[in-house]
Structures are given as structure tokens and as C-alpha cells.
Design a protein around this ligand. Structure first.
Ligand code: F0G
Length: 475
């Protein structure tokens, strides 16, 4: 944990407040309390700023001056070096563990799989974060706010990455105790191992992520525990910076498309807010289009946005189709079901914010099968940094949109790779295996029946000549 007290100029907190996203309500609350929904009308909240009372750079390239200040941990952080665009806290209070050192990788190997012209496909690899996923971008902001409030306990429901991130920030800073809620059997070992190793109190609920999410909200409310799921508006402030880094890597040029997997819809909501604010501040002159990709087995957003026509509609969201679909899922016992465990979510808590982002960024939603996800994942592994299954949904979704002609081959496309390759090694090994039983048990049951992009290990006798022969044949 690092706290900077070095810089003299502090950004004051009295210029930030919480505001209900429902324009008919618009209630505001000061930042000295955490609200995960509007106490007046129940809608989600934003962190809002009085920008005209704040010092904001006049152009994005002004942030380049920070590159030479990397010995200051606040400037080293890929989140807090954009502090002026998330100024809800004075610099002296910032918590950072060096998150956000991530890279925008241009790759033609993955680009040709998607169907793009050379030089057009980029992967924003958020697996480089300290706990292995994009969550650290938001967690440093949430923990900073929790610290301001003097919280001693912080909780989340998680499919793995949020819990690993929360647990890491708690162990590294010793500021508060992490309490994580997970659906039993619904977390990968890699992620569970992080939470256990970092000392989090781990509560296994008999149910899935959607069940754990409902419970953690109830428990946090009753016990006054700081909640770090993405209903926390401060967390989403940190996640805006993923977009700032994408722009930075493109030398402040706006790409044509941002493609992101959709689970609880925190990222897509944060990205939309980032572009709304940059536009309002005159720091960009156009916004990219947003494509949000669901797994076919957890496709609530796709169903609502693409099939039932649910729109933000300037804040007047038609709630009837949403209620009808939720009732339909309840009555038919429909549960999210996909290999992409991180997006195995049927009741996305940020639905309305995400609809707002889709409206602002002229967005589209698509769904992809587990087969498409695993093929895309193998391609990213062979032509990029690798990623976990949920992240590969972005590449699989870009391929679908390219095939449909929605994305043009000459468009500049950025797919967000949200989590690290090592999240779910069981699925990866099963995809590349020669053991048919392992393949069937792990992937076949999910509708994955071929591995066209597999890189199979070769079996050789323990004989030098056979080993040499095999290597000469294959490499
Ligand atoms: N990708 C990864 C790797 C994730 O871990 C998650 C969410 C998502 C995508 C979906 O992002 O919710 O912003 O739409 N993981 C949560 C967790 C649920 O508990 O770690 P979203």
C-alpha cells in the first residue's frame, strides 16, 4: 500500500457529490457516505463533479507531463495519473498498489481471425493488473473512498476477480478486512486461492453469483459493511481510466469501436461515463461506438436491448419488459450458464447505467456461444497475451460484428481483455488436450464440440532419438 502525501496541491472533495442517474429524481448526496442506490427513488448513483470549479487539463496530451513523475506512486498508477478526471478525493488520501500498468497491443494475428485489415485490431490487456484483472482499476478507487469513510470491513459478491482484487487491496494496505461472498462451486481455483492466501473471510453461498449478489447487499446494509461491487459509484470512477489509457496509447485519437464483455455491466457503464465526461469537458470531439458482448448462456442484456427493444430513452427506461423477463427467468428456473464464469450473470446490477452508455455511444449488444469464446480465447493465446474465457467474448463478439458488416474491416477496434490467462487453466488445458474424456467432461457439456485452434501436446517415448525426431517434425 502506498499513500502519497508528497504533492502540495490537493483536489478538494467538496466539488464531488453523488447524484441519482434518474433525471426525474436527480437527488444529490455528499461523498461522505456510500450509497449503492438512491435513498429517494432506488436508482443507481453516479459520482458527479462541479467541473467548472476544478482544474481540469485543457487537452488530454497535458497528461503526458505526468510520465516523468513516475517516482511518485500516485503518478505511477495507471488510474491515479488521471486523478483530475476522477477528483473525488485529495491526493494525500489516495490508495494505490501500482494498478493500471496495462498495455494496448496491436495484433494482426488476432485481427485476421476477427476479419480486420492489418493494423486495425487492438487488445487492451487488463490481465497485467496486480491481482490479474481489470478490477484493480476500480478497487483502488473504492478502497480509497472506504478509507476516507473509515471503513473497517469491505465486502463483495464475486465470480473470482472482484474478490481477488478486494482481498489483495486489504492484505496490502491492512486498512480493512475483506469479506467475500461466492456461489458454491462457481469460482475458479486460481481466484479462490488468491482470496484465501490474502486472508479474506470467504463465505460460500449455496447458489450462484446472482444469489450471492442479493445476499451481500442485504448483509452490507444490515451490518454497515462497505460494499465494493460495481453498484458502488466510486469503483466505477477508477474503471473510467481504462478508456483514458486506451486513448493515451492511441496518442489521444478516438478509436471507432470499444468491444467489451458484459456481466454485471460495470465496465461498460464506466466507459460510457468516461466518454460522456470527456465530451462535456471538450477533451474529445467524437465518441467511439460501444459493443457489449454477452455469453449466450447469460444474455439478459442482449435479450432486453436487442430483442425486446429496451432503451435508456433519456432516462425514461420502459421497465415492463425488464420485469417480464426477470419473472420469466424466475418462473422457469433459468440460471446463467456459461464457461465464461466471470460473466455468468443473469441479473446485471448496472443495467440502467449500461443502457445510458449504449445510448450515448450508439452501442450494440451481441451474444456469443462458449464454442466461439473458446476459439477466440485460443487465438488470443496464440497471437496476444492470452486471456480468460470471459475476456475472449470481446474478440468473439468483434468477429460476429465484422461478419455482420456492422464493424468495417478498416475500422479501428479495441477489444478489452478483462482478465488474465491463468484465471481458468482447466478450460484452457481441456481445449488443447488430446484426452477426449477431459475435453468432453470440461467443454463438451457446455456445447463446445471442436477445438479448431488447439495446440496439442505431443506424446513421445522417453528416448532421445524419438524426442529429437518429434521436435524436428513439429518445430
Ligand atoms: N471480465 C472479467 C474477467 C470479469 O471478472 C468480469 C466480472 C467481467 C468481465 C464482467 O464485467 O461486470 O463490468 O460487466 N467479474 C465479476 C467478479 C462479476 O466477481 O469478478 P462487468
Amino acid at each position: 500500500m502506498i499513500q502519497s502525501t508528497k504533492e502540495k496541491s490537493s483536489i478538494k472533495t467538496d466539488m464531488a457529490f453523488q447524484r441519482c442517474i434518474n433525471p426525474d429524481c436527480g437527488a444529490t448526496y455528499d461523498p461522505s457516505q456510500l450509497h449503492t442506490s438512491c435513498p429517494k427513488c432506488g436508482n443507481l448513483l453516479d459520482v458527479a463533479y462541479e467541473w467548472d470549479r476544478l482544474e481540469v487539463p485543457t487537452k488530454l496530451s497535458d497528461f503526458e507531463a505526468r510520465w516523468s513523475e513516475r517516482t511518485n506512486p500516485v503518478r505511477f498508477s495507471g488510474v491515479w495519473r488521471f486523478h483530475e478526471l476522477l477528483p473525488f478525493v485529495p491526493q494525500s488520501e489516495i490508495v494505490t498498489v501500482g494498478e493500471g500498468q496495462t498495455l494496448l497491443q496491436q495484433t494482426d494475428a488476432v485481427g485476421s481471425f476477427v476479419g480486420m485489415d492489418a493494423g486495425k485490431l487492438h487488445l487492451q490487456y487488463e490481465g497485467m493488473n496486480p491481482s490479474g484483472s481489470f478490477k484493480d482499476n476500480g478497487m483502488c478507487a473504492a478502497i480509497t473512498h472506504a478509507k476516507l469513510l473509515g471503513a473497517k470491513r469491505a465486502a463483495c459478491a464475486s465470480t473470482g476477480n472482484t474478490s481477488a482484487s478486494l482481498a489483495l487491496y486489504c492484505s496490502a494496505t491492512r486498512l480493512m478486512k475483506a469479506i467475500i461472498f461466492i456461489g458454491s462451486g462457481k469460482i475458479s481455483y486460481g481466484k479462490l486461492s488468491q482470496a484465501l492466501d490474502y486472508g479474506a473471510l470467504t463465505v460460500q453461498i449455496a447458489g450462484d453469483f446472482d444469489d450471492a449478489m442479493i445476499r451481500v447487499r442485504e448483509v452490507a446494509e444490515q451490518l454497515g459493511i462497505y460494499l465494493v461491487n460495481s453498484v458502488n459509484p466510486f469503483r466505477l470512477e477508477g474503471q473510467k481510466t481504462i478508456m483514458f489509457r486506451v486513448l493515451e496509447a492511441l496518442r489521444w485519437e478516438v478509436p471507432d469501436w470499444i468491444v467489451v464483455p458484459g456481466g454485471n455491466l460495470g465496465n461498460s457503464s464506466a466507459f460510457g461515463k468516461a466518454f460522456m465526461e470527456l465530451k462535456e469537458l471538450g477533451l474529445i470531439d467524437r465518441v467511439p461506438r460501444l459493443a457489449i458482448i454477452n455469453a449466450a448462456g447469460a444474455d439478459t442484456l442482449y435479450e432486453l436491448h436487442e430483442r425486446r427493444g429496451v432503451r435508456w430513452n433519456g432516462g425514461n427506461v420502459n421497465l415492463d419488459p425488464i420485469r417480464e423477463y426477470m419473472d420469466y427467468m424466475d418462473q422457469n428456473g433459468i440460471k446463467a450458464d456459461t464457461l465464461a464464469s466471470a460473466i455468468e450473470i443473469n441479473r446485471p446490477v448496472n443495467l440502467k447505467k449500461c443502457l445510458r452508455a449504449l445510448e450515448f455511444c450508439d452501442g450494440v449488444v451481441r451474444q456469443v456461444s462458449d464454442q466461439e469464446i473458446m476459439d477466440a480465447k485460443a487465438t488470443v493465446g496464440a497471437g496476444g497475451f492470452g486471456c480468460e474465457p470471459a475476456s475472449a467474448a470481446s474478440v468473439a463478439g468483434a468477429k460476429v460484428l465484422r461478419r455482420e458488416g456492422v464493424i468495417a474491416p478498416s475500422d479501428r477496434v479495441v477489444c478489452i481483455l478483462t482478465g488474465h490467462e491463468l484465471k481458468d487453466p482447466t478450460a484452457t488445458v481441456a481445449y488443447h488436450t488430446t484426452d477426449q474424456e477431459l475435453f468432453n467432461n470440461t467443454l463438451g457439456s457446455r456445447g463446445v464440440n471442436k477445438a479448431s485452434y488447439a495446440n496439442k501436446a505431443i506424446a513421445v517415448p522417453n528416448e532421445l532419438t524419438d524426442i529429437i525426431k518429434a521436435i524436428q517434425l513439429y518445430a
